[in-house]
Write a protein that binds this ligand. Sequence first.
Ligand SMILES: *Cc1c(COP(=O)(O)O)cnc(C)c1O
Length: 466
Amino acid sequence: MPLHRRESVREELFSSIYAGQDLAKELPKYQFPTGEFRPEDALQVIHDELMLDGNSRQNLATFCQTWAEPQIRTLMELAADTNLIDKDEYPRTAEIEKRCVHLLADLWNSPYAADTIGASALGSSEACMLAGMAAKWRWRARQEAAGKPTDKPNMVCGAVQVVWHKFAKYWDVELREVPMAPGRMEMDADEMLARVDENTILVVPTLGVTYTGRYEDVADLSAALDVLESQSGISVDIHVDAASGGFLAPFCAPDLEWDFRLPRVKSISASGHKFGLAPLGVGWVIWRDAAELPDDLIFHVSYLGGDMPVFQINFSRPAGQILAQYYNFIRLGRDGFAKVHGASYATAKWLAEEIDGFGLFEILFDGDPATGIPAVTWTLKEGSEPGFTLFDLADRLRYEGWQVPAYPLTGDLSETIVQRVLVRQDVTLDLAGILVADLAKTIDHLARHPMTTHMTAEEVKGFNHL
Ligand SMILES: *Cc1c(COP(=O)(O)O)cnc(C)c1O
């Protein structure tokens, strides 16, 4: 073979991804590699491994966005090298972040929308931490001013997301959770009042309880705290964890009073990457007015140039999510959000009817926009013995690629196993129809092959998103 031919054969071999040198080797897993990989090979091999992950669109457990308009991808790409914290370097990005804060303050009916204060965060979790800290600081200042002890702060809530358990532990606050009980899946005013005292830094209702998708009744809780204040002088602030509901209720249940229309609501947090329709990595916290965020918590940083007030746990952060959030706000407006989420609610309602139609299940929440998020939650009907549990059903649905989590409720209802579907914008009516067909097939399969040993929570865990 002539020499020049040999060279071209070698080049061909080198340009073949799978027959080339790199991918014929095992990947380094425990020892830091010595040599290099060709970039296309490194990309391919990671790409191939990700192929074995679940399909996010069929993940009906997650509240987070699994689809984005192409324009959002353009903005994410554009901002790949923009560090949100460099406000002096990227003043336009900082301005857009600020606009988002004011638009949200307006959306949530702050009486001071144009000059209130707020912050973006990595998600609701960071946002909740910031709101909780601000509340702890406010309470401590109040107690100190009254010459009272400040060593035993507590907070009162219903069945909260894990972030509040973290907050309570990290910041040394006693968590007083109103447990679920038969006939009571949300915190109610009586149970809340039984736990509130002058050491209560916050009451935290959830707008879209993780376990069920239902809203807690913020207005009712607020009214009960008004009565408490008039009778005892104890004034307790409310923070609303509106991780999901904050981007749903304003559009699809505008008359529901849960936000800054209630004077006792001092702060609100929400996840931009859930029903805010932004890509993963953005949350928001807004204070009713600037006075609710103690100045003592704000750090003034000068080493990036200029004087920059920061109230965040993270420092460097990607900016793309913020730009994408602003894009969503101007692209959709109130009308567009109502349309997008309205479609999800309609799909949830249809799904609830279909699941009810199997005759085996009791629907605990049907995705009613006035009382919760676009989700459907069900349990096995009392007395129905189909020969399988919801864990079996969840496990078997995975054969079709669907992740429909089954998990126990909490408190006195921890024996109740439920299953839940989150309907996001990309869970279309058509896909929901395919899910129902797959459910029917799965139920039929399980009826024909009754299980003698049932799946356990541990065996099907890993996707319950609590
Ligand atoms: C998702 C969620 C959180 C946590 O939000 P992240 O954005 O995932 O950090 C907190 N509270 C509630 C009610 C949630 O649904």
